[in-house]
Design a protein around this ligand. Structure first.
Ligand SMILES: NC(=O)C1=CN([C@@H]2O[C@H](COP(=O)(O)OP(=O)(O)OC[C@H]3O[C@@H](n4cnc5c(N)ncnc54)[C@H](OP(=O)(O)O)[C@@H]3O)[C@@H](O)[C@H]2O)C=CC1
Ligand SMILES: CC(C)=CCC[C@@H](C)[C@H]1CC=C2C3=C(CC[C@@]21C)[C@@]1(C)CC[C@H](O)C(C)(C)[C@@H]1CC3
Length: 442
């Protein structure tokens, strides 16, 4: 019950709900909501600019120069953008992952309480989905399926994934008008169609018990990313008979990251994306196209730009990834454990401060080190994923650069939400733990 109260605190009712200013139309916009991501202009430009960026990055990555400064950019001819096999692969992939999502294996968990006090149920079987997908892939390789062909197919695959994210977001936007107002998100209901399409009107769109946002966040794109990586490794084997050390490191690191996400799937139920953000173009495109086709640029780069890596260099990079992973995992686990059961022996000794909502904030342990230790760990890993690609090109560092921007922006959004939730207690926390992500720097 106290949890309900807590979550009602995080998902505060919009002013119009509380004051009774709501017009009779149940879908009337909440114009008071402050716009994010550059407001209407951002929401108009980003859905055009980001898909083009994906295609641009993929093309650059496959060109021998791999330079971001090439002019004109080596864009693929229109004839190479579409391939029916890619459309078939995307439909097959989505069907397989949906089927695995629906398998009645693993436990079922409840999400945080919604604004009406109810809790949604979510299947926790992502790790099984990954394992079954891995078994199927092994069978395909054993049967001689040329997985390296993914390298040739990657641009049309990205085009289909982008198309799918547009179709999905249109569907999400339209269906939201039939949903009750308590099912709508706080940020995606301004009344501006382009902005709401971008941010997402509905918080947890479902078809029956199938949760579209939760499914997209962790399954097709995230698992798709490591499958594409494996395809790049197989392509390298086709070209050079064996995978390089750099390719093995990139594949290993990113597989660890994805496996970790699916192993700790339950933790995603308390992230900002699930709890706060609507499901619109931003997340649909991010999950289905951006993650699988830009997070794996390093492996794609290595196919055309092989790198030799010394044992010392590889050891240093392994160490960096290990430190990053350690910080990322333990800080996330510490907070999740504390939020689930503050009396648990692993967190009970930590120093905390009280807030007016009844929830407490950790001020020692990882969360007393910096205010976002998990972001710090994630960034160290991001750097370790790029370093195997050498220092001659900036392209493999795209992920670290983008991710730094994303996390700084995300930190600012979270800071705003926490300040609104916890008020003076948050100010006290910020005084006690002055650095946001990097100690003594930021
Ligand atoms: N690879 C990728 O593309 C991305 C990865 N990530 C990763 O996802 C993970 C989750 O990130 P994200 O959802 O942004 O945010 P966090 O996991 O950092 O969660 C922030 C929330 O934690 C709670 N919190 C903050 N400070 C404290 C404290 N001192 N004590 C207790 N609770 C506290 C607050 O929520 P409350 O108090 O309500 O519990 C706050 O809103 C991170 O590891 C991040 O690196 C994120 C985005 C993209
Ligand atoms: C540029 C653009 C369209 C950005 C959209 C942002 C999304 C790509 C990211 C928002 C939050 C994410 C998370 C993960 C992947 C990227 C997105 C969807 C995540 C699933 C990666 C694995 C982690 O372990 C995680 C589960 C903590 C994480 C959750 C947030």
């Amino acid at each position: 019950m106290s949890d309900n109260v807590e979550r009602l605190g995080t998902q505060r009712a919009p002013v119009s709900f509380q004051t009774g200013n709501m017009k009779p139309n149940k879908h009337k916009a909440r114009h008071s909501v402050e716009k994010e991501f550059g407001g209407s202009l951002g929401a108009t430009c980003i859905p055009v600019f980001l898909p083009l960026t994906v295609l641009y990055l993929l093309s650059i990555c496959r060109s021998p120069a791999a330079s971001l400064l090439q002019w004109p950019p080596p864009l693929p001819p229109a004839s190479q953008l579409w391939d029916p096999r890619a459309a078939f692969a995307i439909v097959g992939w989505m069907t397989l992952q949906s089927f695995l999502y629906l398998l009645p294996i693993g436990k079922v968990s409840e999400g945080l309480a919604l604004i009406d006090g109810s809790r949604l149920k979510y299947p926790i079987n992502g790790f099984y989905a990954l394992s079954i997908t891995a078994l199927l892939l092994m069978m395909c390789i054993f049967l001689g399926m040329p997985l390296g062909y993914l390298f040739e197919l990657v641009v049309p695959l990205a085009v289909c994934a982008i198309g799918l994210s547009y179709i999905l977001s249109m569907y999400l936007y339209i269906r939201s008008f039939w949903e009750p107002k308590h099912a709508l998100s706080l940020g995606g209901n301004t009344g501006n169609p382009l902005y709401d399409f971008f941010m997402g009107r509905e918080l947890n769109p479902r078809i029956g018990s199938f949760d579209l946002k939760y499914f997209c966040e962790l399954r097709p794109g995230l698992i798709g990313w490591v499958v594409i990586n494996l395809g790049m490794l197989m392509k390298e084997v086709e070209l050079r008979d064996s995978p390089s050390l750099a390719m093995l490191l990139v594949n290993g690191f990113q597989l660890l990251y994805v496996t970790d996400a699916l192993w700790n799937e339950e933790a995603v139920l308390s992230t900002m994306d699930i709890v706060h953000d609507g499901f619109g173009f931003m997340l649909a495109f991010g999950d289905l196209a951006w993650v699988p086709f830009t997070y794996g640029l390093q492996a794609m780069f290595l196919v055309i730009h092989p790198q030799s890596l010394s044992v010392t260099g590889a050891t240093g990079i392994l160490l960096l990834n290990g430190i990053g992973y350690y910080i990322f995992r333990w800080s996330n686990s510490q907070k999740n454990q504390f939020r689930r059961d503050p009396t648990h022996e692993s967190v009970a000794h930590l120093e905390t401060i009280a807030t007016a909502t009844g929830k407490r904030l950790l001020v020692s342990g990882w969360w007393g080190f910096v205010r976002h230790p998990n972001y710090l760990g994630d960034l160290l890993m991001a750097l370790a994923w790029s370093l195997p690609c050498g220092t001659s090109h900036i392209l493999p560092y795209f992920y670290v650069i983008y991710f730094t921007i994303l996390l700084i922006h995300r930190e600012a959004r979270d800071e705003k939400q926490c300040k609104a939730k916890y008020g003076v207690a948050w100010d006290t926390y910020c005084r006690r733990v002055p650095y946001r992500i990097i100690p003594y720097i930021y």
